[in-house]
Design a protein around this ligand. Structure first.
Ligand code: GA4
Length: 332
C-alpha cells in the first residue's frame, strides 16, 4: 500500500471507518513471565478477566523476530504491482484494505499464510515463488519457535484449569492437521486524515479471533486496543520484545465460557507504520469443539451446541468482522 501525500490520498480511505482516538492507554494488562512457577495461575486469571495478557521471558530468539521483521518490511516496501502478484487472498495470500470476503475494509495490507505442516511442506504460494528464499526461511523459523511457545502456554492453561490430559490443548495445535495460520499485517501511517480531522483510521476493525489462541508480536507502534468486560476500549502499550496472547472463540467454548475470547481492533497511527505478526493456533477441521468434561462441574451443561471446527470456521468466514460469531452456536 502506498500512502500518497497529494490531496487525493483520502479517496483511498473513504470506505474505511474512522474513530476518535479516545481510548485511554491501559497499564493494567496482566504480564506473565513464562518461567514463573506461578505462571499457570496467572495465565488462567488473565484469560478469565481479559482473555488477553502480555508474555515475557518467552524464549523466542530475538534474531528470529528481527529477521522476520526485516523480510516483512522488505516485502511491504515492494512496488504495489509486485505485492499484488501474491494476491488476492483466497483467503491465503496478499491482501490490501479488504479483509475477508464480506465487505470489511481497513487501513492495512497483509499476508495471510497457512501453517498446517501438511500444506506448508509443499506450499508453493506465489509469495514464496516470487520472493527470496530468506523470506520463507524467516517465516518458518519464526513460526516454529512461536508454535513451541504457544504449546507451552496452552499446557499451562490446561494445567491451571486442571484439564485432563494436560496436553489436551497442545496436541490440537501440534497435530499434523492443525488448522492454524499466520498473518503479517502492515499498517502504513495516515498523516492526511489526522491533519484534516484529528481522527484515526480503523486499521483492522473490532473482532474476536475464531481459533483457540493467537500469539501477536508487533513493532513499537501503538494501535492495538482491547475491549474490557465493561465494554470500554483501552489501548495496549506496545512492547516489541514481548508477545501478546489472545484467547480465541474455540477456547472460550472448550472452557464453557470460563476463559473469554477477547474483542480487539487496531487503529492506524497518523505518523508511524505498524507491523504485526500473528500466529493463530487452531484445531484440526474435524475436531469437535465442546467443553472439556474434566472442567465441568457436576451437572454443568454446555452453553453451546455441538459443532466441529470446520462448521465454526465455515460459519465465521461467512460473517462480518464485528459479528458476534458464537451467537449462532449458543444454546439460548
Ligand atoms: C480474524 C482472525 C484471523 O485474522 C483470520 C481472519 C479472517 C480473514 O482475514 O480472512 C476473517 C476474520 C479472522 C474472522 C471473520 C471472517 C474471517 C475475516 C472475516 C471477516 C485469518 C481468521 O481466521 O478469522
Amino acid at each position: 500500500m502506498v500512502v500518497h501525500s497529494q490531496s487525493g490520498a483520502l479517496d483511498h480511505c473513504s470506505l474505511i471507518r474512522t474513530c476518535k482516538p479516545t481510548a485511554t492507554v491501559f497499564n493494567g494488562i496482566p504480564v506473565v513471565n513464562l518461567r514463573d512457577p506461578q505462571a499457570k495461575t496467572l495465565i488462567v486469571k488473565a484469560c478469565e478477566e481479559f482473555g488477553f495478557f502480555k508474555l515475557v521471558n518467552h524464549g523466542v530468539p530475538m534474531e528470529f523476530i528481527s529477521e522476520l521483521e526485516t523480510e516483512a518490511l522488505r516485502f511491504f516496501n515492494l512496488p504495489q504491482s509486485d505485492k499484488d502478484k501474491a494476491g488476492p487472498p483466497d483467503p491465503f495470500g496478499y491482501g490490501c484494505k479488504m479483509i475477508g470476503s464480506n465487505g470489511d475494509v481497513g487501513w492495512v495490507e497483509y499476508l495471510l499464510l497457512n501453517t498446517n505442516p501438511q500444506i506448508t511442506s509443499h506450499q508453493t504460494h506465489t509469495v514464496f515463488r516470487e520472493n527470496p528464499e530468506s523470506f520463507r526461511s524467516a517465516v518458518n523459523d519464526y513460526v516454529q519457535a512461536v508454535k513451541r511457545m504457544a504449546f507451552e502456554v496452552v499446557k499451562l492453561v490446561a494445567d491451571g484449569l486442571r484439564i485432563e490430559p494436560r496436553d489436551a490443548l497442545s496436541r490440537l495445535l501440534g497435530d499434523d492437521k492443525s488448522d492454524s495460520c499466520f498473518r503479517l499485517n502492515h499498517y502504513p501511517p495516515c498523516p492526511e486524515l489526522q491533519a484534516l480531522s484529528g481522527r484515526n483510521l480503523i486499521g483492522f476493525g473490532e473482532h474476536t479471533d475464531p481459533q483457540i489462541i493467537s500469539v501477536l508480536r508487533s513493532n513499537n507502534t501503538s494501535g492495538l486496543q482491547i475491549c474490557l468486560k465493561d465494554k470500554t476500549w483501552v489501548s495496549v502499550p506496545p512492547d516489541q520484545t514481548s508477545f501478546f496472547i489472545n484467547v480465541g472463540d474455540a477456547l472460550q467454548v472448550m472452557t464453557n465460557g470460563r476463559l473469554r475470547s477477547v474483542r480487539h481492533r487496531v487503529l492506524a497511527d497518523p505518523r508511524n507504520s505498524r507491523l504485526s505478526m500473528i500466529y493463530f493456533g487452531g484445531p484440526p477441521l474435524s475436531e469437535k469443539i465442546v467443553p472439556f468434561p474434566s472442567l465441568m462441574a457436576k451437572g454443568e451443561e454446555s452453553l453451546y451446541k455441538e459443532f466441529t471446527w470446520w462448521e465454526y470456521k465455515t460459519s465465521a468466514y461467512k460473517s462480518k468482522l464485528a459479528d458476534y460469531r458464537l451467537g449462532l452456536f449458543e444454546k439460548r
